[in-house]
Design a protein around this ligand. Sequence first.
Ligand code: SF4
Length: 707
Amino acid sequence: MNTQCPYCSVQCSMELVEERIITRKRFKTKPNKQDPTSQGRLCIKGANAHQHAINGDRITHPLIKIDGEFVQIPWILAYEYIADQIKEIQRESGRDSMGVYGGGSLTNEEAYLLGKFARVALKTKHIDYNGRFCMSAAATAGNAAFGIDRGLTNSLAEIPDAKCILLVGTNIADCQPTILPYFRKAKKNGAFIIVIDPRETATSKLADLHLQPKPGTDAHIANGMLKVIMDKGYVDKAFIEERTNDFHLLKEDIKAIDLKEMARLAGVSVEEIEQAAVEYGQAETGFIFTARGVEQHANGYENVRQFINLVLATGKIGKHACGYGAVTGQGNGQGGREHGQKADQLPGYRSIENPEHRKYISEVWGIDEKELPRKGVSAYEMMEKVDQGDITGMLVMASNPVVSNPNGIFVEKALKKLKFLVVVDMFLSETSRMADIILPTSSYLEDEGTMTNLEGRVVLRKGERPLPGEVKHDWQILCDLADLLECKSAFNFSTAEDIFNELRIASKGGKADYYGITYSRLKEEGIFWPCPHPEHNGTDRLFDQSFAHEDEKAVFYPLPQTGSNERISEMFPLYLTTGRIMEHYLTGVQTRRSTELNKRASEPLLEIHPETANQYGIEDGVLVELTSERGTMVIRSKYTEKIRRDTIFAPFHWGDSQSINRITSPTLDPFCKMPEFKISAVRLTPLTEKLLDTSNKKTDKEKEIKI
Ligand code: SF4
């Protein structure tokens, strides 16, 4: 059967062949050589993706919790119970007392329908999704600078022709491995590659220049680079004059900054900043790519704007092999943020506070505009509302908020206060096991729908495998529930294509315009949005002629006004930064159930420099307790000389006492509400020492450890 990987934003397509050998089934994956993005490549996650879908742990019947145990329940009784609970909660405390929490791995159709379900069936303003933790800083920056947010401004095919490439806070080799060959090809063609990352990674091996700053200091490097570019006369004055606004807001401030101070703050040398600036500034063509290393900060939005300033000042955008990219993480991180599951957003990247946008979508949905809720709050703020008792019921779909939110101990306690929690999931995740009801949903092998990859290319995923047991698709569950909530006519869909056809109309004329994209066209090939009519070829490169603001100009941003409050101290002397590893995806609910991937990486490892480890008496390969102001978690040490001595790294793919987000900071970026995942002040304690200290008297925390 033909399918595509459910994990990262590349969406590599493949063929999955099921063979029967006597009584045993065997699966083989063959990458699709015709795939224009992956060009016939698959990484180990994609090659083993089917293992979670066929895993015996799949939930195949609705489950209800009775006396702390889950028992099977028929769908109709589950639906009736859910509808009764929702009605009761909303009667008691108002419509907004129901919250909806979505995910960036949902298909476009399901993300669209979830947004509509919250606003039309539940009539609540409280909906947001885990993409808030992934793309919100870059998306907000792209909208403000260019007037539109599409992860990459160009197709990947242009990368090999670039003469200089900056990769900032992104580890493509581990996170999106199948696109690394585009960068290798650029290097072979003579490109100068600059990596900015506190760690040496598989990606930084490609670099001609690797800057290893302290976590959270990327903006100082960008500003230092811009100063050098201005001093040496590499700015594109004609481009700035004709195609941008507000350069004057930063010009004098940049001239006045002290390069030595920028280098000192970032923990790199002046020469490194100068070399990066000269290489990028004088290159004829070039790209800057950012990812979560730049974006997951209390000032992530402002960080991204500083790198976009570099792109605009040198005029490296809107032409061949020149542009900016925010490398999306989640499978449908792009499409999932365009069609209405964000707190402030309506389909087609419309704004829920814009009167014209409200009117248009209300007409598409057949409701009175006054009935359409206003904007709600971001994902983590929803958890605060749960804690405060403002949200007392919640529907979670395609997400595991207990593990993905920062300040996880607080989040778990808050969710326990809910009067009613329904989770739609394939597995007993850390969140679904807290639910009152779990509804079983389909895997990528069964669920047809469109996904939008990191380039902005919309692709059609087939779902040819039959549904196991009594499993239903997410969209079917929403339609069935809407029926019991007296909204049948607005959710009268029989196929994913029906939903897509409504999405096309809802997005028509919006920034993310999908109107011209149809299933029959997608069966032939993927299409880049915007695609405003069925004869349109799609838009692989943005901003050739104009930016998407009304005056068609891009906008510079002044020097950052915000920053991190997280400070190392005697009590918490190290910087912790977090991220992904190649073997796992998000909170690991799927990849931890893949035998092969789990075999390769069965527990999180704390990357620590041997000199730092010696300072704290930590041997290689031992369990340590990691503590921040928020709490503790337990992790095994792994020596590496590839990391700064003041910084340690841990991945975020595990739950319970191994969840790194138990200790990450909930400080939110004021512009986009991105939490500050990438920097926490922490201390380390060897676990053996701690256990000896307590003279065999186990504390509650230690009893929690399940390793
Ligand atoms: Fe492709 Fe990403 Fe899947 Fe790897 S994880 S196979 S790069 S889509």
